[in-house]
Design a binder for this molecule. Structure first.
Ligand SMILES: O=C1NC(=O)[C@@H](c2ccccc2)S1
Ligand SMILES: [Zn+2]
Length: 263
């Protein structure tokens, strides 16, 4: 309901010590996408993703989410098209989720909250040679955001879910290979919203072209429950905190246009 979403969105983030406001930050993320204010842009091309499952390397708990990391030393797993002029290399994907199915996504659509959101993080390999470099540049990153809804079990996700108990604690890593991130994309990737924003965790740099899919994917309640069995804390810490609500509060639009690839 609107009130719960207002309550949730105003929630400060317990996890962070870092700056919640970036000096001069006028293109911060995440945001609410106000559909009726988005602008159809017929020049926006379909997204072209070419993901090689063999470039998948490991899955690990970084104390804020779990990341599936890819070998980004060559152009084997790439994203192009959309609003971008350049080719972008997949470096990792991860999720954000809530403690209940009532909230969890970082972006919202007309204030609608989803239980979780997938982020596929790519960096501009035409212009930069490392992710760490690209993350500081305003055309450095392209992140595909996909909303998750609770429904039928996602068969492709299950391989990932089965690996999570092995990385329950912060800084745990397991080898993970042969995973095709394309299986997590919705069937329709031609319809998306795009806007210029930022990382949603420190360093919060304003280097991201966001590509938010209009179509969501479905995962089962049980699969999401396994996400929530992860811990923010390392094995040594005596206070175990379950990894939930790992999303940032929404940020002001500051006059930015959100464009849509569909009318
Ligand atoms: O899409 C995003 N989600 C996050 O957690 C942020 C991030 C920060 C650093 C590296 C990769 C991603 S930006
Ligand atoms: Zn993210």
């Amino acid at each position: 309901t609107a009130c719960s979403s207002k309550y949730v969105l105003s929630q400060m983030h317990p996890m962070w010590q870092g700056p919640l406001v970036v000096p001069g930050g006028d293109r911060q993320s995440p945001i609410d996408i106000v559909v009726r204010k988005s602008i159809f842009d017929s020049k926006l091309k379909p997204l072209v993703t070419k993901y090689d499952p063999h470039t998948c390397q490991q899955i690990w708990n970084n104390g804020y989410s779990f990341l599936v990391e890819y070998d980004d030393t060559t152009d084997k797993s790439t994203l192009q098209g959309g609003p971008m002029e350049d080719k972008f290399r997949l470096c990792q994907f991860h999720f954000h989720w809530g403690e209940t199915n009532a909230w969890g996504s970082e972006h919202t659509v007309d204030k609608k909250l989803f239980p979780a959101e997938l982020h596929l993080v790519h960096w501009n390999s035409d212009k930069y040679s490392l992710f760490e470099e690209a993350v500081m540049e305003d055309n450095g990153l392209a992140v595909i955001g996909v909303f998750l809804k609770v429904g039928k079990r996602h068969e492709g996700l299950q391989k990932l879910v089965d690996a999570l108990p092995a990385i329950r604690h912060k800084d745990s890593v397991v080898e993970f290979n042969r995973f095709d991130p394309g299986c997590l994309l919705p069937t329709n990737t031609d319809d998306y919203w795009t806007y210029h924003g930022s990382l949603t965790t420190p360093p919060l740099t304003e280097s991201v072209t966001w590509l938010i899919m209009k179509q969501h994917i479905e995962v089962s309640h049980e699969q999401l429950a396994v996400f929530r069995s992860l811990l923010f804390t390392s094995a040594e810490e005596d206070m175990q905190k379950s990894m939930v609500n790992n999303f940032r509060v929404q940020q002001p639009l500051r006059g930015r246009a959100v464009r849509s690839s569909f009318s």
